[in-house]
Write a protein that binds this ligand. Structure first.
Ligand code: PMP
Length: 316
């Protein structure tokens, strides 16, 4: 299923706002040829105090870390990028949206040596509804275990959100969709559960919450971190540990987390029903806690919300 892009008016490029249609890169830029780009995915939510970007500072810090791994020297400070995100949401007149900062290697030298190719920074925003389809957050989704594995540690550095890595994610996603599933859960090279194409995974068993350990095959998701914090604050036990495949089928509850996907219940894996086949009580509790947090319905004790109308600064 393909959908048309929900275009906004402006894209931020290295300090200026340019029209959406003008955000072009050359065919032979290293980003196009080799996937030389680090990026982020961030959400902004409508709150009673105006739009607020969720964990902006943490996302921008992860972007800078992704850049460092790939020797991409970002031309802008965290403060500048933070301000750019806020400005763009305002200028695009969006309340509830997704933000996509990208730091990429442009058109310059041929070959794999990136020296001499310019580093360009873009930020795009667009209105984006439920990532895994209508009703996914309420009814849950059907997933399969992918035939594609996540990369072995020390092949692709998965803690970096680099565009090239998302060829693996696309293989997982396309296979799942082709077979009538909403998502694919990939195993790591050891055969243990890693993550979905663009989401971390949690299971609930005997009242405790379990998520795969960060073993070099799993992105350290910011939603994962948020859900772990909220669960512990609610007095729930959370364990990060190796997860064998069969634990998926026998879990009481299963859910996926991600900035785009938020907290999405999983109702079946490989056509095996999970629990009652509906979002279970722990999933519902954490989903509600997450949505109340991102939309400012609960007090922002963690300082996770950056109001778009205010001038919060990020320290580098
Ligand atoms: N894993 C992968 C591979 C992802 O691309 C994402 C989305 N960024 C996630 C997990 C979830 O991360 P986050 O909660 O930070 O969006």
């Amino acid at each position: 299923m393909s959908t048309s892009f929900p275009e906004a008016r402006w894209i931020w490029k290295d300090g200026s706002l340019i029209p959406w249609a003008d955000a072009q890169v050359h065919l032979l830029s290293l980003a196009v040829q080799f996937g030389s780009s680090a990026f982020e995915g961030i959400r902004c939510y409508k709150t009673d105090d105006g739009p607020a970007i969720f964990r902006l500072e943490d996302h921008l810090r992860r972007l800078v870390r992704s850049c460092a791994t790939y020797r991409l020297a970002p031309a802008h400070s965290l403060d500048e990028l933070s301000e750019a995100c806020r400005q763009l949401v305002v200028e695009n007149g969006l309340e509830d949206c997704y933000l996509r900062p990208m730091v990429l290697r442009g058109y310059g030298a041929p070959g794999l040596d990136p020296t001499g190719s310019p580093i360009e920074t873009y930020i795009a925003t667009w209105a984006w509804g439920t990532y895994l389809g209508e009703g996914a957050l309420e009814r849950g989704v059907d997933v399969r275990v992918s035939s594609w594995a996540r990369p072995r540690p020390n092949t692709f550095p998965v803690q970096a959100k680099s565009a090239g890595h998302y060829n693996n994610a696309q293989l997982i996603k396309m296979e799942a969709l082709a077979d009538g599933f909403a998502e694919g859960i990939a195993l790591g090279p050891s055969g243990l559960v890693s993550e979905a194409s663009g989401q971390n995974l949690f299971l609930v068993r005997d009242g405790a919450i379990v998520t795969p350990v960060l073993d070099g095959t799993v992105l350290e998701g910011i939603t994962r971190d948020t859900v772990i914090a909220l669960a512990r604050e609610d007095g729930l036990e959370v364990r990060e540990e190796p997860v064998p495949r069969e634990s998926l089928y026998t879990a009481d509850e299963l859910f996926l987390t991600g900035t785009a996907s938020e907290v999405t219940p999983v109702r079946s894996v490989d056509r095996i029903t999970i629990g009652t086949g509906r979002a279970g009580p722990v999933t519902r509790q954490l989903q509600a806690a997450y949505m109340d947090t991102v939309t400012g319905k609960t007090p922002d004790d963690h300082g996770w919300l950056t109001r778009v109308g205010s001038s919060a600064t990020v320290t580098s």
